[in-house]
Design a protein around this ligand. Structure first.
Ligand SMILES: Cc1cc2nc3c(=O)[nH]c(=O)nc-3n(C[C@H](O)[C@H](O)[C@H](O)COP(=O)(O)O)c2cc1C
Length: 207
């Protein structure tokens, strides 16, 4: 069934209890990239994942983020840049390690770079809030991927913070990588991991 795009000003579904959604959130986990294989989302599934990912809170409707898609041969092509940069930074690195860099983006059939691009203006939306909105995009993307039947993991790794790689990716000086969301078909079922003790994390105020 197609997931409809609501029209502007359309009255949307009101809040209601949804056990499937609550269970989905209660069981949410990332899928480690080493446990991914193809296929990835097809074009229609990808467009839906992007549409749902972009549906995040965003102070003043600035939409301060954008996406870069890596699929097919582009993943290996980008891997060449990763290997080159890695070799320049670590000329003594062994062959195996350099090959790992070359194959990084081949670990999943689809990688989506989420780029945070805060729109800066005096007395406008604080940069921090705009960056948080990009984080929300990444999280929505994980949820949309999982609800589409795929596993996903939000990674940054070294290349999200490398100036030369940023240039290869065409980032403006005001832009940063919020994350690379790897998406693929799971080879193993998810397993629960430790979760925080909310008794420690939650306090009533006044203290
Ligand atoms: C901004 C951000 C960057 C992350 N980068 C990495 C990373 O580079 N390498 C890594 O192993 N995990 C990274 N993680 C963690 C994983 O995405 C994931 O959250 C974790 O493996 C399992 O958590 P989950 O199953 O509760 O989603 C990052 C998480 C966030 C929020």
């Amino acid at each position: 069934m197609d997931i409809k795009t609501p029209k502007l000003d359309e009255v949307l579904e009101g809040a209601r209890r949804s056990e499937p959604v609550l269970n989905f959130l209660a069981q949410r986990r990332s899928l480690l990239v080493r446990d991914m294989k193809g296929p990835g989302p097809n074009e229609k599934q990808l467009q839906l994942i992007l549409r749902l990912a972009a549906r995040v809170p965003d102070h003043r409707k600035l939409f301060p983020w954008r996406f870069l898609i890596f699929q097919g041969d582009a993943r290996a092509q980008f891997g060449e840049h990763l290997a080159d940069k890695f070799k320049r930074d670590f000329p003594d690195a062994d062959h195996q390690r350099t090959e790992f860099e070359r194959n990084r983006f081949l670990r999943a059939p689809l990688v989506i770079g989420v780029i945070s691009g805060p729109v800066l203006c005096p007395r406008g939306t604080p940069k921090w809030e705009q960056e948080l909105s990009a984080g929300a995009v990444c999280q929505n993307m994980l949820l949309a991927a999982r609800a589409s039947g795929f596993g996903a993991q939000w990674l940054t790794e070294w290349y999200a913070y490398d100036a030369d790689i940023a240039e290869i990716l065409g980032l403006q000086s005001s832009e940063k990588i919020a994350g690379f969301v790897y998406i693929g078909t799971p080879t193993v079922p998810p397993r629960e991991r430790p979760r925080p003790d909310l008794a420690v994390k939650v306090k009533n105020w006044p203290l």
